[in-house]
Design a protein around this ligand. Structure first.
Ligand code: C2E
Ligand code: MG
Ligand code: MG
Ligand code: MG
Length: 293
């Protein structure tokens, strides 16, 4: 019996593994054509100053809608793009689209910056800083209007290499944000040595006060204070409720992002959202759009 059960389990495991591999293969094949077939879009999520809620910028977030697979989440397809090497082409597309949009907003008088997420793979590709400088110049975007977000996961790799790459990027005049900070990879000690400008506190840290009252607020507090002591701007992401906003504000955090202020929306809708925020905004959580946020 035990033997039979064990065998069934192995078969179930094998079947699941096969299915995962098949899905991965499909995604990779389809992702290869996603740009040419016009399936990729950017949405923009507002970043606000706290406590005023004045909009100051927006994060560009990638969306992939496939005719038969439907909306595929970036958490699923970005790793596939990274492993298959497609990320360089996709990342270049994201950077250019974001710059085109940013140039348009600046021309029309919006005082905003735009941030773009960067894979460690892109950061380490040959002359990435040169590519960034080229795109900025091509679209007439002042470098200080662009923020490049490097995930905290990248910190786990070769520190010296990372530091020199970030320094090169920064030399172009763009600002660097360390994304997902507090998710558990880097330490406050490592942070001290990294040439970054903005610290983004991971939403897991921000969400915690809701579930364990009084427990994580001190953590948010420490991270914000440490960030400021290091001369960084600190941005709390994933703020979804007024209570979370209160915790973040009490910690002295001056920048926020999350569903309370707005989800990512197509560029043409962001302007309306910025307008609402400028007029004092709403204090209620914004419901997630039905097609994946
Ligand atoms: P991230 O850069 O940390 O982006 C924040 C994620 O949190 C986004 O998910 C956003 O929609 C979500 N979010 C925003 N507000 C809230 C909130 O109040 N509550 C909750 N629970 N979530 C919130 P999204 O768009 O699915 O992106 C997931 C991740 O995919 C991003 O995490 C980023 O690491 C990656 N990604 C997205 N676009 C790109 C891209 O163009 N290039 C690269 N390399 N990675 C990207
Ligand atoms: Mg990000
Ligand atoms: Mg993040
Ligand atoms: Mg994330």
């Amino acid at each position: 019996y035990a033997k039979q059960r064990g065998k069934n389990r192995v078969e179930r495991y094998q079947a699941r593994y096969d299915e995962l591999l098949r899905r991965r293969g499909t995604l990779e094949n389809e992702l290869r054509h996603a740009i040419d077939r016009d399936q990729l879009r950017l949405v923009f999520q507002p970043v606000v100053a706290l406590p005023s809620m004045r909009p100051v910028g927006a994060e560009a977030l990638l969306r992939w809608r496939h005719p038969t697979l439907g909306a595929v989440r970036p958490d699923e397809f970005i790793p596939v793009a990274e492993e298959s090497g497609l990320i360089n082409r996709i990342g270049a597309w994201v950077l250019e689209q974001a710059c085109i949009q940013l140039a348009d907003w600046l021309t029309r008088g919006h005082d905003v910056w735009v941030s773009v997420n960067l894979s460690p793979k892109e950061l380490h590709s040959t002359d990435y800083a040169g590519q960034v400088a080229e795109v900025l110049e091509l679209h007439g975007v002042p470098p200080q209007r662009l923020v490049l977000e490097v995930t905290e996961h990248a910190v786990a790799t070769d520190m010296e290499e990372l530091i020199s790459r970030l320094a090169e990027l920064r030399a172009t005049g763009v600002r660097i944000a360390l994304d997902d900070f507090g998710a558990g990879y880097s330490s406050l000690g490592q942070l001290r040595t990294l040439p970054v400008d903005i610290l983004k506190i991971d939403h897991a840290l921000v969400a915690e006060p809701e579930s364990r009252t009084g427990m994580a607020a001190p953590l948010v507090d420490v991270v914000v204070r440490m960030g400021h002591r290091l001369g960084l701007e600190v941005l709390a992401e994933g703020i979804g409720t007024p209570a979370q906003r209160a915790v973040v504000e009490e910690a002295g955090c001056r920048l926020g992002q999350g569903s309370l202020f707005g989800w990512g929306v197509p560029a043409e809708h962001l302007e309306a959202q910025l307008q609402t925020l400028r007029q004092g905004g709403s204090n209620r959580p914004v419901p997630a759009p039905r097609s994946a946020p």
